[in-house]
Design a protein around this ligand. Sequence first.
Ligand code: UDP
Ligand code: MG
Length: 320
Amino acid sequence: MSKLDLSIVIPLFNEDESLPELTDWIAKVMEREGYTYEIIFVNDGSTDNSWAVIEELRRNNENVKAISFRKNQGKSAGLNQGFKAASGDVVITMDADLQDSPEEIPELRRMIIEDGYDLVSGWKQKRFDPLSKTIPTKLFNAATRRISKIKLNDFNCGLKAYKLEVVHNIDVYGEMHRYIPFLAKNKGFDKIGEKVVQHQARKYGTTKFGLDRFINGFLDLGTLAVIGKFGRRPMHFFGAAGTLMFALSALLLAYLGIYKLWALGAGVEARLITENPLFFILLALNVIGVQLFGVGFIAELLLRESTKKHDYTVDKKIGL
Ligand code: UDP
Ligand code: MG
């Protein structure tokens, strides 16, 4: 079988009303452009008729493929599963709710193939979402830009295009779907572009994410920032912090000891070292220092055991 031009991965949770319209629209664009393609629906434990609708769509269009989770696992898990199944030269992700337009696909594909981008992210410059979502989103994007040093305006846009190699090398877990460009960059795919895309108000159903998305989002950003830098060498992080604590406690100890000796020699009345408040700070620093080293050591052990130890993104090979 020759390779497909496009794999379109669509995670969905309770979107039965949107699916037929979305599928027709995608098929129309694909036929017009003459692409070979597959639509991979990942049914994320929907409790409505989504799965039955997908089965029906498959009967009329054999480019429709689907995976179903037994229960709701979240959008990241859906994307991850879809990525594993994808085989097209270019992989597109889009939401199932008709907010993203399939008309964007040809240009997104062109940017990957001709301009050589690893990843192109949609930018909903003109959004049709409530203010309660657009304002925190601005903050979220500003923070992510700063920390990831990727110049994107809209990290969490559901509409994105990837080289196949990229999706086969990233692991979207937890709620990391918000940070896929950051995940890609951490794996060495740093040719990341952006395209302004049309956005529409949700036609059917309701949003699946509440306000907690922002709190969780910022926690995940912190995790990614640390993992990107120290994920493969945790001891450098914890060990450095532990050493700092030890150094401080050693300084305090030296100060207390020298002062005591000087006081004895000079005949000045000196308190017991254990009566000096500094002594307790010294003790605390010591305990924290040992703990930091311990945590670093355990992290290194875990890393040794983990199968992902050698999970580097290989770029080129000769003779293998
Ligand atoms: N989604 C999913 N699993 C979930 C939540 C959402 O697969 O647990 C899908 C949802 O069906 C949609 C996409 O992720 O296709 C984006 O969700 P939504 O439109 O609710 O997010 P918003 O546009 O409000 O950010
Ligand atoms: Mg939506």
